[in-house]
Design a binder for this molecule. Structure first.
Ligand SMILES: [Zn+2]
Length: 134
């Protein structure tokens, strides 16, 4: 079932490179040139690593910066606060680390939608606070 997936020939150097699928999980990279030929057997992981390395080298895979999108800062903060209370009342011994984790998320939400000493947002608007009328 050998199947050539890719074949490139350089007329100037008279070199040919072929990527051939030799069975469902094995690939062969073959290089032919005027003095002979060479081949490397690759599995799927080898190939994935190879393509990632090339992609990174030529910039085909731009670095992705994931950002958490919060569609409603106010409601999400309320959800986290309720979750903190419920987890705190559960009496489970893992509760403290989860409460701290939620607090760090709440602190980040408060940067989007700052609250005053009275717990109200008021006119402390930011570009990402989510208020309709600023
Ligand atoms: Zn606002």
């Amino acid at each position: 079932m050998d199947e050539d997936l890719w074949d490139v020939y350089d007329h100037q150097t008279q070199e040919e490179a072929i990527l051939r699928k030799t069975d469902p999980n094995t690939y062969e990279l073959i290089v032919n040139h005027m003095h002979g030929s060479g081949a490397a057997t690759l599995d799927r992981k080898n190939l994935k690593d190879l393509f990632n390395a090339i992609g990174n080298e030529i910039g085909a895979f731009p670095e992705v910066v994931p950002t958490l999108q919060v569609d409603n800062v106010k409601m999400t903060r309320e959800l986290f606060c309720i979750a903190q209370t419920e987890i705190g009342q559960s009496g489970r011994n893992w509760s403290h680390s989860h409460i701290r984790r939620l607090q760090r998320l709440i602190d980040q939400l408060d940067k989007h939608r700052p609250l005053g000493p009275d717990g109200k947002h008021g006119d402390r608007h930011t570009p990402t606070c989510g208020c309709e009328d600023k």
